[in-house]
Design a protein around this ligand. Structure first.
Ligand code: 2AM
Length: 478
């Protein structure tokens, strides 16, 4: 036994992760259900480091040094359970099974508990950065026991992306499903980021009349400022791309029906369960699902809209500046909502997640990597009990400075009939949080009227009910 770590499941993500370990000097045992894939990997990339190709599960386990570290990289769901069932009987107390797939955190909690009872550490790991990240340095979000991180952490820190200041983009997130939960919310925030960028593009196109090539330039400029991020960078690339077959802008020949694999949807489903308002992420998920309803859209195409002229050249440039403000302000709100969800999950499941550390490990490797995350990290580092990102002085100052333009952009979008659910939901969230009084008081009155659901008062402790069907006097219900 001489392998530091083993990887089973050698599709692209698994292969790239195995190569990443090997390139960092670790001896990597390889295994795949179909051995041809194992052979192909050794054939093509065997010279990149030390690999031990195993044909059987027994050979694979025998190749691993103890405590064994065994990474499963198969499709999330039943395949993961099947592979765990195959390997667990071959392992010993103290060994570590690592699931690097996109598992639902509830599955990870179940698997962790079952394996813990058998003395085996189970570590659900969120890995972000796609195929390229897996090979060259992803952002890695491991859950599981603190003890398992002692054995696994040093390896992950070597293969993870590094932030600009050299910090590895991995940390022990928290027990059992914490890693997969944080990865899920990462993907939800990614959906929201993408939706906000799409809305900015739509406004620049429809309201300001810019061409995709011009918008690519605008995004490139934005990418040199506070919006500096991987997603803005690739947006500029996609918009600048011309379709070879037609000579048209690429964005004009792609079918406008966005697809999704499900992690955004999970984020919203879990947020509903936890009672956390992640309206920006929800709007992003709904925007994708709306785009996919081709029949409904076709049937609605003749619905009347406003007739407003596209802006002139001089107004367009000023409008683009305002869109940057609206995008930035909405982005602050998305992250505020996402971090609220992580905080709520952490409290519900007793994970004790360090929010500053989460922001820190998202600074490199992952899809939402951005200069912005360094700011979030420092906000939480200087005040770990920050009630919300919006209570950070720097963020509240910035959003305060952006709000007039943000409102103007949303108003313009409404006037021009351009849908901006992300910008609008973010602004509504901001205004609702700011409000001295919310109409929730009226909602409580209605609930008490039709269902005797009771209400609390602003001036006295206790629960009350008004006898709506009678003399409308108030009774205490405590
Ligand atoms: P395969 O090459 O034998 O199909 C992604 O699908 C990876 O997960 C592949 O390496 C695939 O192996 C593996 N995989 C999928 N389902 C599996 C299962 N039930 N048991 C073992 N490996 C599986």
């Amino acid at each position: 036994a001489s392998a530091d770590i083993g990887v089973t499941g050698l599709a692209v993500m698994g292969s790239n992760l195995a190569r990443n370990f090997a390139r960092h000097g670790f001896t990597v045992a390889l295994h795949n259900r179909t051995t041809a894939k194992t052979d192909a990997l050794v054939e093509e990339h065997g010279d990149e480091g030390n690999f031990i190709a195993a044909r059987t599960a027994e050979e694979f386990v025998a190749a691993l040094e103890r405590p064994r570290r065994l990474v499963i990289m198969v499709k999330a769901g039943e395949a993961t359970d099947a592979v765990i069932q195959e390997f667990a009987p071959l392992l010993e107390s103290g060994d570590v099974i690592i699931d690097g797939g996109n598992a639902h955190f509830a599955d990870t909690r179940r698997r962790e508990k079952e394996l813990r009872e058998r003395g085996i550490h189970f570590v659900g790991v969120g890995i972000s950065g796609g195929e390229e990240g897996a090979l060259n340095g992803p952002s890695i979000m491991p859950g599981g026991s603190a003890e398992s991180y002692e054995s696994l952490g040093p390896l992950l820190e070597r293969i993870a992306a590094k932030a600009k200041d050299g910090t590895p983009c991995t940390t022990h997130i928290g027990p059992d499903g914490a890693g997969h939960f944080v990865k899920m919310v990462h993907n939800g925030i990614e959906y929201a980021d993408m939706q906000l960028i799409a809305e900015a593009y739509h406004l620049l196109r429809e309201v300001a009349g810019y061409s995709p090539a011009q918008i690519a330039e605008i995004f490139t400029t934005w990418n040199t400022g506070r919006l500096d991020s991987y997603l803005i960078e690739i947006t500029a690339q996609v918009l600048a791309h011309t379709d070879a077959a037609t000579g048209k802008p690429f964005v004009d020949v792609v079918a406008d029906q966005a697809e999704q694999k499900g992690t955004g949807r999970w984020t919203v489903q879990i947020a509903l369960d936890l009672g956390v308002p992640v309206s920006g992420i929800a709007e992003a998920v709904f925007a994708r699902s709306l785009s996919g309803h081709g029949g409904l859209r076709a049937a609605s195409r003749d619905l009347p809209g406003p007739s407003v002229a596209t802006l002139g050249e001089a107004e367009a440039a000023a409008f683009a500046d305002r869109v940057e403000q609206a995008l930035y302000a909405s982005k602050i709100v998305s992250y505020t909502q996402g971090f609220h969800q992580i905080q709520a999950g952490s409290e519900t499941y007793d994970w004790d997640i360090d929010l500053g550390a989460v922001a820190s490990i998202w600074r490199g490797g992952c899809i939402i990597r951005a200069a912005f995350l360094d700011r979030i990290r420092s906000a939480y580092d200087s005040r770990p009990d920050l009630p919300s990102l919006l209570s950070d002085k720097q963020f509240s100052d910035e959003i305060g400075a952006a709000q007039d333009d943000w409102r103007s952009v949303v108003a313009t979008a409404v006037e021009h009939g351009v849908p901006t659910p992300g910008f609008s939901a973010a602004l509504a969230y901001y205004d609702a949080l700011r409000a001295e009084r919310l109409p929730a008081a009226l909602t409580q009155g209605q609930r008490d009227y039709f269902g005797a659901h009771t209400y609390r008062r602003t001036d006295r402790e206790g629960s009350f009910h008004t006898l709506w069907g009678g003399d409308r006097s108030e009774v205490s219900t405590d």
